[in-house]
Write a protein of this length. Structure first.
Ligand code: 4PW
Length: 392
């Protein structure tokens, strides 16, 4: 480790802000990094709450206006952990001010915003200013291992992709209308919040891209109590009610450029399923299956083995040779949700130091947004087939 630092200014300190804070705090303590993250400034609108969060999570200074981060010499990177309606404005201004940007997913609330962010990222890249969108589940070791096995040809030609993201935190119709259920703040509902993750994960693991989709969406609960207070995925409601303006669930089928067919389901109404992100890929020579609720495991079926003894084998992804794992604990001791954010930050810092373009890029984030947009168009028109812009 050198003495060089990367000053970070983070906007937002709720669920994602806490996850990113943990990542910035931990990355340089477990991984050998070329730049040591310096948790310089935490920014939030409420001065007292921001100061309390900064103290709790380890930030040295606070600001109440994100624009103040742009002029600070102790900030070289702006980490955007706000709801989607402010991603474009903050990220573009930060890039124009010469700050690297890490932006939470989904990149934006609309394709137009995402395009403007890509244009700003391209202009900034020419000046050595880099950006990344935070699809953290790519950096779960078992998911990264799945990608390696596909790259090595271990499952052959991919025929089927089956991806679901199942949660149940809004099953109760009295659960309040938090920002994730408001279109003007979140862009869409389950589709953008969790569907975006499985689109990114499926495209990442296959190394392929969706070319078209046919979809349906549903909003089961049309009105909810207005929120009084909320934190992460918990909230308390008032007696007033408001309209739910996003989807509760999105289902779609799709085709990949390489010929695979796919199905996707994103829902917050899968009673009993808490954070079940599942991906199964069937290829000509084998299959892979992952479930985030057993995130240290990857199932692998090797179709080249003797059929008499072949079967899905559970790889316990805790060996030091597995992606990211060597920096942590001895074999068998397992990692958690928060480690995916640490790995995101580790890869980002290494890319910044080397001058490499980090992935997923803003352009990758735009492409996911184009998939989400095609899903919405298809659902609105009654499940029409919608090509993905730029991929047809
Ligand atoms: O990014 C996602 C969130 O917005 C998360 O990984 C899980 O689903 C937790 O909250 C939502």
């Amino acid at each position: 480790m050198t003495g060089a630092t990367l000053g970070v200014g983070m906007v937002g300190y709720a669920f994602m802000g806490a996850a990113h804070s943990q990542a910035w705090r931990t990355a340089g303590r477990f991984f050998d990094l070329p730049l040591q993250p310096d948790m310089a400034v935490l920014c939030g609108r409420n001065a007292d709450a921001t100061a309390a969060a900064a103290q709790r999570m380890g930030w040295r200074h606070t600001e109440t206006d994100w624009k103040a981060l742009l002029g600070r010499d102790d900030v070289q990177l702006v980490d955007v952990c706000t709801p989607g309606d402010t991603h474009a404005e903050i990220a573009i201004a930060a890039l124009e001010a010469g700050k690297h940007v890490l932006c939470e997913k989904p990149l934006a609330n609309t394709v137009d915003e995402a395009k403007a962010m890509v244009a700003a990222a391209e202009a900034a890249k020419a000046k050595g200013v880099l950006s990344m969108v935070g699809f953290n589940y790519r950096r779960v070791p078992a998911v990264a291992l799945a990608r390696q096995l596909v790259e090595q040809g271990r499952i052959g030609e991919i025929r089927h992709v089956r991806a679901v993201y199942l949660q149940d935190w809004i099953v109760d119709p009295e659960f309040p209308l938090v920002w994730r259920l408001q279109k003007d703040k979140a862009g869409s509902g389950a589709l953008g919040d969790i569907g975006a993750h499985i689109v990114d994960m499926a495209q990442f693991v296959t190394g392929d891209r969706l070319t078209g989709v046919s979809a349906l969406t549903e909003t089961f609960v049309k009105e909810r109590p207005l929120p009084e207070a909320s934190s992460g995925l918990s909230a308390s409601g008032s007696s007033e009610r408001g309209e739910v303006t996003v989807d509760d669930t999105a289902l779609f089928i799709g085709r990949f450029g390489g010929g695979a067919v796919a199905s996707f389901e994103a829902t917050r109404f899968a009673t009993g399923r808490k954070n079940a992100i599942r991906l199964e890929i069937n290829g000509s020579a084998g299959s892979l299956a992952f479930d985030f609720e057993s995130m240290n495991e990857l199932s692998f079926y090797d179709g080249t083995e003797d059929p008499g003894t072949a079967g899905f084998r559970r790889i316990y992804v805790t060996e030091s040779t597995h992606p990211y794992v060597g920096a942590w604990w001895p074999p068998g001791h397992g990692l958690g949700y928060e480690h995916s954010f640490t790995h995101e930050v580790v890869d980002l810092v290494r890319d910044l130091a080397a001058g490499n373009d980090p992935t997923p890029s803003f352009a990758d984030g735009l492409q996911v947004q184009q998939v989400l947009d095609a899903v919405v168009r298809s659902a609105e028109s009654g499940s029409s087939w919608e090509p993905i812009a730029g991929e047809d």
